[in-house]
Design a protein around this ligand. Sequence first.
Ligand code: KIV
Ligand code: ZN
Length: 512
Amino acid sequence: MADKLIIFDTTLRDGEQSPGASMTRDEKLRIARQLERLRVDVIEAGFAASSNGDFEAVQAIANTIKDSTICSLSRANDRDIARAAEALKGANSGRIHTFIATSPLHMEKKLRMTPDQVFEQAKQSVRFARNLVGDIEFSPEDGYRSDMDFLCRVIEAVIAEGASTINVPDTVGYAVPELYGQFIKTLRERIPNSDKAVWSVHCHNDLGMAVANSLAGVKIGGARQVECTINGLGERAGNCSLEEVVMAVKTRRDYFGLDLGIDTQHILATSRMVSQTTGFVVQPNKAVVGANAFAHASGIHQDGVLKARDTYEIMRAEDVGWTTNKIVLGKLSGRNAFKQRLEDLGVSLESETELNSAFARFKELADRKSEIFDEDILALVSDESVSADKEQFGFVSLSQHSETGERPQASVVFTMGGKEVHGSSDGNGPVDASLKAIESHAKSGAEMVLYSVNAISGSTESQGEVTVRLQNSGRVVNGVGSDPDIVVASAKAYLSALNKLQSKSDRVAAQG
Ligand code: KIV
Ligand code: ZN
């Protein structure tokens, strides 16, 4: 049997560190369920000590997900490690991932610690963690820019203390494939107890090489765990993309010779869920999950694919979850059919109340749109964050008037802290008027840094999916809303972003 490559997903931790991608506990739990369905080996659920919200999210995921190992990040100090262990108590299989920077630059300028102090702290932290949880991963942050001799000394010591996974981050995306692969190989060859640990790669995408570097770490360096995120979500240019690394190893099994536990048919649904939840739109030409990834437009290509699909296709679209758009439900579909379809799509709503409210929204949508696609159903479920009964801000109704040559007017009814308010405004266009109508009461003072509209399922009958990114006092949040009426979708997206701005923000950053 070939070696197995462990897939460690950090969408909910490193992915969430991307400005605007922060998720609520319920959103994280929904994505964690989907990652379990995808059969991800390890889910990094968060950084428990960074905020109460993150602690609760890690705890909820640890208590719910049973088939994947659940991991919490933790700085190398006793308080963070104890907090991570506490959050992981309910896990079937829990892991603490502790880290400390080892590059000269980070040690001197960020930590203001000497190499000997860092060495001692790394060792002591792994020893402390090992007494609380059996499965410990250690990362030397900015590992790739660290001194080789020092890194060997630290890693040998933490393996001796019981770290069973050693992850070597290219924290700033500086590596190139051959050199990164060689770096991992040298570490494994030089460290006497290196065979006592699984070696892992963690690459950022600043130079667009995160996937290539990770694969080189596997092929040249002998790593057997890859840390990655759905859609490559992550700080700055993002992390290594799960769907790309997985499909590369699967499609080129002849070259990599490795097995994977991933059920690739769930890749597309997972990608969409992450995109809809965070508001980070997937570019059409993105490998594997982009709208054009399997589209053949040129006559020559179309002709070739019709004669023999492998003339231009190296993977089967259905293997990653692309099926032809299906009309799944309509106006006459009942609650059971809706519930069944949600289950088929892998969405489990937590309570009957949530199911009832999603079903009510489905009925409303089916009245206005004759064909309901899977994508519409997923968007309906993501829209939970603007349902009027749950949050500070909830959408109720909207009317607007626009006519050529006249300034558009909008009136929006929404809830604020449980009370219904009516806002009216004019604006440059109907969207601008509607958002100003909301802002006339909400008075968030937030600056809009991004507004984008996408069609969920292609045609003009499709629902519009709007992303609004707001910035206030240094915080950046994304709100997503969908509706066949893009003005309504915009209002929902704006309210959803306001809800996120309201939520507590006492987070500690991992790369502080
Ligand atoms: O990029 C990085 O160095 C990290 C560590 C905290 C593992 O995300
Ligand atoms: Zn990272």
